[in-house]
Design a protein around this ligand. Structure first.
Ligand code: CUA
Length: 318
């Protein structure tokens, strides 16, 4: 059945958070005001064009200076509508801006070009965010490099993620499922690859998942290479560097150790620890032939210990 309230739903993604119905109602209202306004305005214009068409050379236009009643109405009615939209918008916005006291905080980091998430248990994951259904979740977000924007269309939430600053958003996921996360701010070469899913699971599944992750974290005894692999996974390296020999935005890390590298300037260099270190800290210093200097520098983002772990990891990918 035709319904004013749901007519524009086909233009919108699925509703999957507490915010979605409120945002959509306001959106639908604005759409209808626009549609009715457009039809009314264009209709009146066409009608007047025909009705007041100049019929002959002697047609005289009546001299009308103003009409108080009309002028009042066409100012007052739109004002009521626009102020109404402003108040309505403000109410929806203030709910979105104020996370409930009992919210579960998850820390989000945006970097070129990956999202990572840290839970209060110390567990850290990348790309896909895992949250329990029906729970207030607050995201406390920052960036290690440039502006990003965390956007989940099905939740109707979007917030810039800014270096040197922390921004927040909150939601309560209303259904189990997987919902796209986008980066909605152009942030460089692989901006369009900076996506993932919010995986909403039942509270019981969430507890099981988190317990397993915490157990895994407590019981791990990792080698340097394994620690390096962990860094590779959570520092955004995977977006550009494969470990299977295929070249992505950057060269593959497979078989890199001690290999002879041809550079853009024509020199050769051996891929030793010093070269790897320099390529992490100042990636533009020695660019391998055939690749653009697109890698963001990791100066200040990796300790010497971490560089050692990455070197050991690269050594291990034969
Ligand atoms: Cu991050 Cu676009």
């Amino acid at each position: 059945m035709f319904s004013l309230a749901t007519f524009f739903d086909f233009t919108l993604p699925e509703q999957a958070s507490n915010h979605a119905p409120a945002v959509d109602s306001l959106y639908t209202f604005i759409m209808w005001v626009s549609v009715i306004g457009f039809i009314g305005l264009m209709g009146a214009m066409l009608y007047f064009m025909v009705k007041y068409k100049r019929r002959s050379e002697h047609d005289q236009v009546a001299y009308i200076t103003h009409n108080h009643q009309l002028e009042f109405l066409w100012s007052f009615i739109p004002m009521i509508i626009f102020v109404g939209i402003a108040i309505w918008g403000w109410r929806v916005y203030s709910v979105m801006e104020r996370a409930p006291e009992d919210s579960k905080t998850i820390y989000v980091t945006g970097r070129q070009w990956q999202w990572s998430y840290k839970y209060d248990t110390g567990v850290e994951i990348t790309d896909d965010l895992i949250v329990p259904v029906g729970t207030n979740v607050k995201l406390d977000m920052t960036s290690t490099d440039v502006l990003h924007s965390f956007y989940v269309p099905s939740f109707r939430v979007k917030k810039d993620v800014v270096p040197g600053m922390r921004t927040k958003l909150w939601f309560n996921a209303t259904k189990v499922g997987e919902f796209r996360i986008f980066c909605a701010e152009y942030c460089g070469t692989a901006h369009s690859k900076m996506f993932g899913y919010v995986k909403v699971i039942s509270k019981a599944d969430y507890k099981k998942w988190m317990d397993a992750k915490v157990y895994e974290r407590a019981n791990r005894k990792l080698t340097l290479a394994e620690l390096g692999q962990e860094l590779y996974n959570k520092k955004g390296c995977t977006t550009c560097h494969s470990v299977d020999g295929s070249n992505k935005i950057g060269p593959s890390l497979k078989g890199l150790w001690q290999k002879n590298r041809k550079l853009e300037e024509g020199d050769d260099v051996t891929a030793d620890a010093n070269y790897i270190r320099e390529s992490l800290m100042d990636p533009r210093a020695k660019v391998v032939k055939g690749f653009a200097p697109r890698m963001p520098p990791y100066q200040g983002q990796l300790s010497e210990d971490e560089i050692t772990q990455l070197v050991e990891f690269i050594k291990s990918i034969k």
